[in-house]
Ligand binder design. Structure first.
Ligand SMILES: [Zn+2]
Ligand SMILES: [Zn+2]
Length: 328
């Protein structure tokens, strides 16, 4: 509010003049102070920073435009395993897509235009930018900073409450966009199966009948290939997230919070980027594969934020990201 001199309380001129700014992400028209500068105010609908910069919406983005080669390679290896598709279909028939939906309807908060409207607006932004039909979005009380996408014919996205509490609006958009990327890149069937394997790998669930069904239907080779693909699939979806946020540092800072947790506000972002570049020098795929096998036992699904930042930096520096952004 404009400061008033004493004695001019009823002076109409004390009210700052306003102008209208259209949100580059969601299209909502917002009234802002006439002297407002980019990033100084947030949109009333999606809560993202207002800016006069252009936000690209992709007319016909293909998954092959951005999918990481490591993802394509691992997926091809996975699909080449004899019987994998029928085994997965059988698994999902038993566990049931409907059961997944009912579980979340019963236990998590469904995001709608009225319930958490800013999250609904962010989902809409991610979907219109990448060209994906809107899935259902849920928020679940869970302190672990994470999100996931599941289902097959009708995918759903679930955000943990810990994630929304920890991330700012742009970072939350990045996470939602990453999840929408899983739908755009047609990951959901394999992702849902991989998540089931991971879920029953945790001790409390290992005794459930589903753990036996998974072992019965999926061979160790299939399970191993699914999990090996799963982490590479993350690299593609980080690229999808970048195509929505259109700022590599939003992805970098989101990863920094995933890596550093509550200490993130004290972590130096430039040093974090330096660490990501150093990581690339010592990159050893075989070692990562071994480490990944151990990590599964700890119940982590989105490991290696430093590796993921290093991959995003490389993609930007390769010029491929700019090429996609410049394509009409
Ligand atoms: Zn907006
Ligand atoms: Zn993911």
């Amino acid at each position: 509010m404009a400061k008033k001199k004493s004695g001019d309380a009823d002076e109409p001129a004390a009210i700052a003049k306003s102008k209208k700014v259209r949100c580059r992400y969601c299209g909502q028209t917002n009234a802002v102070r006439e002297d407002y500068k980019n990033g100084q105010a947030n949109c009333g609908k999606c809560k993202l920073p207002l800016s006069s910069e252009y936000h690209k919406k992709f007319a016909d983005l293909l998954k092959h435009d951005y999918v990481h080669p490591a993802d394509s390679k691992a997926l091809a290896a996975l699909r080449a395993i004899p019987g994998i598709d029928s085994a997965l279909k059988q698994l999902l028939k038993v566990t049931g897509e409907k059961a997944i939906r009912v579980t979340f309807m019963a236990s998590a908060v469904k995001v709608t235009p009225k319930q958490c409207p800013d999250l609904h607006a962010k989902l809409q932004i991610a979907c219109t930018t990448l060209g994906v039909e809107m899935p259902d979005l849920y928020i679940q009380q869970n302190p672990i900073v994470n999100a996931f996408t599941g289902g097959v014919d009708k995918p759903i996205i679930v955000l943990h409450s810990g994630l929304i509490e920890r991330l700012n609006d742009e970072e939350t958009l990045a996470v939602i966009a990453h999840e929408v990327g899983h739908i755009h890149a047609e990951h959901v069937l394999y992702l849902t199966a991989a998540q089931l394997i991971l879920a029953v790998a945790t001790i409390p669930l290992a005794s459930l009948p589903i753990a036996g069904i998974i072992k019965e239907l999926l061979t160790a080779t299939m399970r191993g290939a699914l999990l090996a693909w799963m982490r590479r699939a993350e690299l593609s979806c980080d690229r999808a997230a970048l195509l929505v946020t259109q700022d590599p540092h939003v992805i970098g800072k989101t990863m920094m919070k995933l890596a550093g947790g509550t200490l993130a506000s004290k972590i130096d972002y430039d040093l974090f980027l330096e660490q990501a570049r150093d990581f690339q020098k010592d990159y050893d795929e075989k070692m990562l594969d071994k480490f990944w096998a151990d990590i599964i036992n700890a119940g982590l699904t989105h490991p290696f934020p430093i590796w993921r930042v290093s991959e995003i930096l490389q993609w930007v520096e390769s010029g491929q990201y700019k090429e996609l952004m410049d394509k009409s």
